[in-house]
Ligand binder design. Sequence first.
Ligand code: PMP
Length: 417
Amino acid sequence: MARVAEHAAALDVERIRADFPILRREVHGRPLVYLNSAATTQKPRQVIQALVEFYEQHNANAHRGVDTLGEEATALFEGARAKLAAFVGAPDPACIVFNRGTTESINLVAHAYGRKVLKEGDEVLLTQMEHHSNMIPWLLLAQATGATVRHLPIREDGTLELDALGSFLTHRTKIFSVTGMSNVLGTIPPLRRLADAAHAAGAVLVVDGAQLVPHLPVDVVDLDVDFLTVSGHKMLGPTASGGLYGRRELLEQMDPFMGGGEMIREVYWDRATWADVPWKFEAGTMNIAQEVGLAAAIDYLGALGMENVRAHEERITAYAMERLLDAGARIFGPTDPSVRSGAISFWFKDIHPHDLATVLDQEGVAIRAGHHCAQPLMRVLGVPATARASFYIYNTPDEVDALIDALRVAERLFRTA
Ligand code: PMP
């Protein structure tokens, strides 16, 4: 890890890239240009090695035995919890519930908190730029409780219509759940302001941190959020790593989400009592190796410094937006790189995004095309889909150039088609 720290300040991208074995491969005979980190990031060898080492040296079930391996696995798993807590500024590792990431975390809050507090006539407030995973759990909850789901509109520029907040966030709102960073528009909402407004209305603020946590320094105490989700696979960690930060008093009041082994204290034929938080929410054998891998990812990002990660992304986003606009692309979302992320959705020369992504893939350039799990937002934007290039610590300006070159290939192809 010291090696990373040495070049952290400058974010020496060439040296970072050397840590990512997959970035050395070719696709269709071209060097891979991976511009799809908003879907999932690539993994450095330090994370891959942590998984290998866990399985080769320490593999056992956590919290199950007093044997040496069992104790090592438990210590590594709980150590990962402390690392994730520190990474998001949580005051106590007990505020971190491990699970597969954002989707599972929002379902957990909807079931274990939402079902407890919502009744008919109550409201859950979302925004128009939410991912389906911050919509469907609330729709299911509304169906079960008789509550209503509302959506704060967005403005033309892809930012939230904050002037309307007062009419959407009322005494009926019990839960306000918002993305910390839009996976389509790149928008970063003013979370502290939203938390203050939610609390003044008597609601809790849930933040979908899937895109936020990997890209910016985050402190749950400063932001005063009640729940924050973390998707480990979008921040160099293994798939199915991550979890949920919850304010401790809330986690303690909540019912369990899933029942099974290890989430109990005492079980009788007809009743049971629950383990302390966070284990009350961790039924069955957990994603132990994945969370241990996430701890290595957090070490890696921590050594780089999240301010440096953000600064690098802002620079590359500025360059990519400039080149995309020059090339004739229409960009969705805020145009100022300092208030948005490096997930850039665009529409290019009336070429359907799926066709575009297919041609780009032939050129070695991986982007995402589709509705990005945000179908209602696509309707607001008036397009069936968008193309999306998204950037992370290992992307270079040369790769932006490769994207533009590949777009020109697509343009020529479709002009003559
Ligand atoms: N919310 C947003 C904003 C996302 O970008 C994603 C991932 N595409 C999710 C939620 C779902 O996260 P996960 O894959 O961890 O369930």
